[in-house]
Design a protein around this ligand. Structure first.
Ligand SMILES: [Zn+2]
Length: 379
């Protein structure tokens, strides 16, 4: 028995239709230059994961069998216990990358579940929260402080908007920029970014690349943040197409927040999308007969034997790592963009594909110097 209530506007169109009509997306059509652009960002994201790889989901000691023989360092003295590279497990090998309308990388983040002993520290939700926080960091103090000395404001004014622009090119330049106070006559109105407001549209031109299809939490956060597109590079069947359904329901409302447009990796020819899906399925089938892990539970001290085919276990295996490694190599082996001068026609300061490629390699080099699975920020 169900309890009657009015059908929400976003669902009216689908109320009496098959679930497939609600859950399936129409295919996106991309120009060849757009496919290249998406591929470069996707290879960058996979390169980040490859560089920060840690497959020790159940700890660095124990037996991961053939699944991780390529990550085996050796045996512990005397005990015959295998030890694997990677050290302490911080979270799953799942990451997300945010790119603005001009094609500038804003930031990346990883899944941090293990760091926080939590099931909700997912890459996309962490990244979105960080993007909002970054926006606040880059607000200059003199836009907030009525009594700030004018001279100091003058010194800083040339620098801070430039910094901010580099982080939030799209959102910052979209805003109207009234001075908050009339105290700084020598500062041009258009040179001073205003304090945080209009945050509801801040990410409206941001694309998030995520290595694994988003869950309900992350789809919800990206919807509330008005993220434009979400590109996912492996599907997660456990998430029951929630991103698709949210897109359709919110777009159908004609008002309020709209969920990001989902884009699958294979829609722009990213071969690793299919590779990961296939290998993950094979893993789920075979792990029943060949345990992913046998060893001691770090918390209970009991012997454990893991035979469940979870995608996060798959994302620790040699086969998964090989996929990320190949994508990383693809990025490094691109000598030039195939469409070097291509860029979105309606975005004046957009990076060309060649600039996107140069940026991607620079960004990867920078991340390789970081010891963390995230950029160093104060938030
Ligand atoms: Zn999630």
């Amino acid at each position: 028995m169900t309890i009657d209530r009015p059908v929400p506007p976003g669902l009216q169109r689908y109320w009496n239709s098959p679930v497939a009509q609600f859950a399936q997306m129409e295919c996106n059509d991309f120009e060849p230059w757009e496919k290249e652009r998406h591929s470069i960002f996707s290879e960058l994201l996979f390169g980040l994961i490859y560089d920060k790889w840690n497959g020790n989901k159940y700890g660095p000691l124990g037996d991961y069998g053939n699944w991780r023989s390529g990550q085996l360092i050796g045996k512990c003295d005397g005990e015959g216990v295998s030890i694997y590279e990677g050290g302490t497990y911080l979270g799953h090998n799942i990451a997300a990358l945010a790119v603005d309308r001009e094609g500038r990388v804003i930031d990346f983040d990883f899944n941090h579940n293990a760091v926080f002993d939590s099931t909700v520290e997912h890459a996309e939700s962490r990244l979105v929260r960080r993007l909002f926080a970054l926006n606040q960091i880059y607000d200059p103090w003199y836009a907030l402080e009525r009594e700030a000395p004018a001279l100091r404001a003058e010194i800083l004014h040339a620098e801070r908007p430039r910094q901010r622009r580099s982080v939030f090119a799209t959102a910052a330049s979209d805003r109207s920029v009234p001075l908050r106070t009339g105290s700084y006559p020598m500062i041009q109105n258009d040179a001073v970014p205003q304090a945080p407001q209009e945050y509801s549209t801040l990410l409206k031109d941001v694309t998030i690349y995520t290595s694994l299809e988003s869950c309900a939490q992350c789809s919800g956060i990206m919807c509330l943040a008005s993220v434009k597109d979400v590109v996912y590079l492996q599907w997660d069947q456990g998430q029951f197409l929630i991103g698709n359904m949210m897109r359709k329901a919110t777009a159908g409302q004609g008002a309020g927040f709209v969920s990001p447009r989902p884009i699958r990796g294979d829609e722009f020819g990213f071969q690793y999308f299919n590779d990961l899906n296939r290998l993950s399925e094979e893993f789920s089938r075979n792990v029943k007969y060949e345990p992913f892990y046998e060893g001691v539970d770090r918390i209970t001290g009991q012997d454990i034997r893991i035979t469940s085919g979870s995608v996060t276990s798959f994302l620790c295996t040699d086969e998964a790592r090989n996929v990320f490694s190949r994508a990383h190599a693809d990025l490094m082996n691109r000598s030039h963009a195939e469409f070097p001068d291509a860029k979105p026609a309606d975005v004046p300061n957009a990076f060309t594909n060649e600039q996107v490629l140069i940026q991607a390699r620079d960004y990867l080099s920078w991340v390789k110097m970081l010891n963390n699975r995230g950029a160093a920020h104060r938030v």
